[in-house]
Design a protein around this ligand. Structure first.
Ligand code: AGP
Length: 612
């Protein structure tokens, strides 16, 4: 939530900063602003609303500074308004700050600073930071090259909460300081120029070399170099990591929206995620994992913990792990798990799924499990993300950058990876060879089947035209299809703002069927041959009560019963969610387009939720 960008080099900073913000806008779009060091001191330009509004600000084209910081906001403290927009300055206009995160003790700090003569002009938690830096700066009697850094360090020592911060100072015209704790920030290394960003894709067109900062570390960026310090200001060295993603993957590439592009990238994302982890004849291998039969067979339980879509991918993972490995597996929402004193010990394996690797609740849940002595395994799409740095083991989906707020290719890649992980566990446990070999063969055929499924979009688009004015839509399924129903329902509400619910189809008559009335849309997924007849009966019950029905299936059903039947290719039940979710992603997408909404940036949401 909130995106930050920084630039120091020899080019005019403002266009680079605005360009970076546009790419980070999915993280929040309540307001935007930039601050640069100009000949006559610090300049700030900011306004409420989208990043593009910055182009209309008077004087923006006159900025010539080659150092600057920038911010796009997802409002937490203080309503979306110009005065609450970042950057924020201290009272003396010596420091300019952008911040992503939440300062939990800001009231206490505000009181302290007010008592010391400082005035506040916004309702934000952030405004305490530049003033606190100024407070320590003005008290420091030395005037050496580290005075600025000392002031930032002293101020940060007073902060409670999470932050990724960039600070510039009018007295230090050739550097900027950054630091982080529990909020993302990467440093891009260029030739006589350096960049800062909340994530890698936003600056991928400038560099592929990135430094990753750990919690409580500081970096001073000059044009030529980046120097790193630990929390006590001891100098430390870091090696830049080369990121393999290409810049084009962070562009729309001819598609109207990132979401549509990302839906169509799923065959590639799945191919890349399968990679060379196994062949039909060889066992599954993860270079990063070294689990033994003794460890896995001694487990009392596996927990899969995540938020939103990633948690729904976990539900599919539970099915695979329990059926293939016979290990009890529980799936939980990270924000609940972390506060309910879960029964976790050294015989529990805890798996955390997070596309961004920066979700605050998921990271906190992981830390809790480590404290309780469990081994932790992270599944993420972002190399070097916070979750992967915290976990004992990390494995990666290879979906490439996912920009649209609504997750699509990351979800299917997570389902793929956790299924392969289940195969790996089963092989380590030496169980079920025939089932595993069939599943591996079916996985290899999956990318081509995704391509086939994507060709079904026209019918779904037509059906969306009939359903886009609905107030409520229901999603039903049994078994693994119920997990898909949940994800389909989330996708729809996220980007179309239509209220939707998902239910196990058999649960309908225990209450929800009271909501079914004439012409309401009911979407149903039926991919399990053992359960299809039961689900058809449940759909019959809603048809009798006047519902319009959309059915996603690969089973032999009487299509005449339903308003639209989308036939997806047959596949192994363990991986059928990767195919059956695609029509639902397209359904949500076309409804949102039909309503004229911003598909990639739905209201109130942000791509990565770095606050509780
Ligand atoms: C997905 O469409 C959502 N935007 C959201 O539920 C997301 O999956 C969730 O916030 C978790 O994000 P993460 O995978 O980056 O941890």
């Amino acid at each position: 939530m909130c995106g930050i960008v920084g630039y120091i080099g020899n080019q005019k900073a403002s266009p680079i900063l605005i360009n970076g913000l546009i790419r980070l806008e999915y993280r929040g779009y309540d307001s935007a602003g930039i601050s640069t060091i100009e000949k006559d001191g610090l300049s700030i330009m900011k306004d409420k609303g989208r990043v593009k509004n910055l182009y209309n600000l008077e004087g923006i084209d006159d900025l010539t500074g080659t150092i600057g910081i920038a911010h796009t906001r997802w409002a937490t403290h203080g309503k979306p308004a110009k005065e609450n927009s970042h950057p924020h300055m201290d009272n003396s206009k010596t420091f300019s700050v952008v911040h992503n995160g939440i300062i939990e003790n800001y009231n206490e700090l505000r009181k302290f600073l007010t008592e010391n003569g400082y005035t506040f002009y916004s309702q934000t938690d952030t405004e305490v930071i530049p003033n606190l830096v100024h407070y320590y700066y003005s008290k420091d009697t030395q005037s050496d090259e580290l005075k600025f850094l000392r002031a930032v360090q002293n101020a940060c020592a007073d902060l409670k909460g999470s932050y990724a911060i960039e600070i510039i100072c009018k007295d230090y015209k050739d550097c900027m300081i950054v630091t982080r704790k529990d909020s993302p920030l990467v440093i891009g290394k260029g030739e006589d120029e350096n960049y800062i960003s909340s994530d890698i894709p936003a600056i991928l067109s400038f560099t592929r070399n990135f430094y990753l900062l750990n919690d409580l570390e500081f970096a001073i960026l000059t044009r030529e170099a980046v120097s790193f310090y630990d929390k006590d200001l001891n100098a430390i060295s870091k090696k830049a990591e080369v990121i393999e993603w290409n810049a084009a993957s962070a562009e729309k590439d001819g598609y109207d929206d990132f979401m549509l592009k990302e839906i169509h990238e799923q065959p590639t994302a799945i191919r890349e995620t399968i990679g060379a982890k196994f062949s039909e004849t060889s066992k599954c291998e993860f270079d990063e994992l070294n689990f033994t039969k003794e460890y896995l067979s001694g487990l009392n339980k596996i927990y899969i913990v995540a938020c939103g879509t990633a948690m729904y991918a976990g539900l599919v993972g539970k099915n695979a792990i329990e059926k293939l490995c016979k290990i009890t597996t529980e799936v939980d929402v990270a924000s609940e798990f972390r506060y309910r004193d879960p029964l976790v010990d050294d015989k529990t394996l805890c798996i955390f799924i997070s596309q961004s690797g920066e979700t605050a609740d998921t990271i906190a849940a992981l830390k809790l499990c480590k404290e309780k002595g469990a081994k932790t395994l992270a599944i993420s799409n972002v190399i070097g993300s916070s979750i992967t740095r915290e976990a004992d083991y990390s494995i990666y989906t290879h979906a490439g950058p996912e920009i649209a707020v609504a997750s699509t290719k990351a979800y299917t890649s997570q389902v793929m990876l956790i299924t392969i992980l289940a195969i790996y566990f089963a092989e380590v446990l030496e169980i079920n060879t025939t089932t595993l070999n069939t599943l591996k063969k079916d996985i290899m055929e999956l990318p081509a089947k995704i391509e086939e499924t994507l060709k079904l979009s026209e019918n779904i688009q037509d059906f969306s035209k009939k359903a886009y004015q609905e107030k409520d839509i229901f999603f039903l399924g049994r078994g693994i299809d119920e997990a898909v129903a949940k994800e389909g329902s989330l996708k729809l509400k996220e980007i179309s703002y239509i209220h939707s619910e998902s239910y196990p189809a058999g649960e309908l008559k225990h209450g929800p069927i009271a909501l079914i009335e004439n012409d309401i849309t009911v979407v149903s997924i039926m991919t399990d041959c053992k359960l299809v007849e039961k689900t058809v009966s449940n759909i019959q019950e809603v048809i009798t009560r006047g519902a319009k029905t959309l059915v996603i299936t690969n089973q032999d059903v009487d299509e005449k019963m339903f308003d639209l039947t989308i036939r997806i290719p047959e596949t192994n039940p363990f991986i059928s969610p990767i195919l059956s979710i695609i029509p639902l992603q397209l359904f949500a997408y076309y409804i949102s387009k039909e309503k004229g909404l911003d598909v990639d940036k739905p209201r109130n949401l942000a791509k990565s939720v770095t606050v509780e």
